[in-house]
Every structure is written in C-alpha cells, then in structure tokens.
Design a protein around this ligand. Structure first.
Ligand SMILES: [Zn+2]
Length: 191
C-alpha cells in the first residue's frame, strides 16, 4: 500500500471530523454534557473475532450489524451498543465513526484523575490488535498523526489507555502497546 505522505497534515474540522479519514457513521453516540471540555484521548485495542485481524467485525459491532451467528464469540456481544470515534486498522487506515464533538461509547465505567465517566470528555481511538501482539509501525504513525491533529483542535491534557481509566475491568491496549514509542513519535523534532 502506498501510504500518504507523512508530511501531509491531518486536519480536524470544526464539527470534529478528520480529513482524510474513511467515514462510517455509528448510531452509538449522543451529545456531550453542555460545556464539556474535551481533554483526554483514550487508546484501545480491539479485534473481532478476538485475535483475528482484517475482517469487518469491528465495523459491524460499531454499527449494530454484528451477526450473532457469525462467530461463537459474537453471540455474547452482538446486542451491546458501543462505538469509538476512530479505528486504526493494521495497515494504518483511519476510520471515523463518531464526530469528536459528540460523545462516543467506548470507555464504559471509568475515571481519570478523579473525574468519572470518561466518555463525557474523551476521544476514543481503537487500534485493531490484541493485548499481546505487537501493533504495527503503520498504526503508530497513524496514531501519532491523529493525536497531533487532535491536540491542535482540542485542549488535550493526557493520552491514556483503556486499562488506565478502567483498571479493574479492562486490559487493552495491553502490554504490546509501546507507550515509549508513541511518546517518541509525539516529541517535537529536534534538528
Ligand atoms: Zn477498550
């Protein structure tokens, strides 16, 4: 795949949509509480079926089209209503399901620095992956680009993992996620 030039800037428009990203609307969204300041990015890992990459399961889950008969695991989760603002696939492709000014349903019961209900004030980014499988170089590049664009558009104070905001329930993005690598990619370039 020919990747977009890394110098090309990713932009977030006034309504919270990223260009260029593949847009797929999720119905699993609603308004943020009035006056909410979007200050947190939550990094997740997901694969459907678990441990398999490249299928349509994640998109189907986030658009309420997952077939309960499609895989034994799907029967248990087909009824849940979840979404994230973004998905970054293994090849780095960026998919957007919910505009950033709206609330996506990715965090569940959660808290960050004493503030509960992280969905209210966060942007959720799913990486297609599994806790113990290295994420791809294309995903780190795409994630860093997205985080930089979001920082230009919103007063983002922190980037945390789902496991950081719901430690008793969630393990994603897992030990395979290299936080130091993301930090290096986000560091201002010295020259
Ligand atoms: Zn998660």
């Amino acid at each position: 795949m020919l990747a977009a030039s890394p110098r090309r800037r990713l932009g977030i428009d006034a309504r919270g949509y990223a260009a260029p990203a593949r847009q797929i609307r999720s119905p699993n969204r609603d308004a943020r509480p009035a006056g909410t300041v979007v200050s947190l990015i939550v990094v997740h890992g997901i694969s459907l079926p678990p441990g398999e990459f490249g299928g349509e399961g994640i998109v189907q889950l986030f658009t309420n089209r997952l077939d309960p008969a499609g895989h034994p695991y799907y029967a248990a989760i087909a009824g849940i209503r979840v979404s994230a603002h973004f998905l970054i696939r293994r090849d780095g492709e960026l998919v957007q399901f919910v505009g950033c000014n709206e609330r996506a349903w990715h965090a569940g019961v959660s808290a960050w620095k004493g503030k509960a209900r992280c969905n209210d004030f966060s942007i959720g980014i799913e990486l297609e992956g599994a806790d113990d499988v290295p994420y791809t170089a294309a995903q780190y590049t795409s994630l860093a680009r997205l985080v930089r664009a979001l920082r230009r558009a919103y007063p983002i104070a922190d980037v945390a993992g789902h496991s950081d905001i719901a430690p008793s329930r969630k393990t994603d993005p897992g030990p395979a996620f290299d936080w130091a690598r993301l930090r290096r990619l986000l560091a201002p370039r010295s020259r």
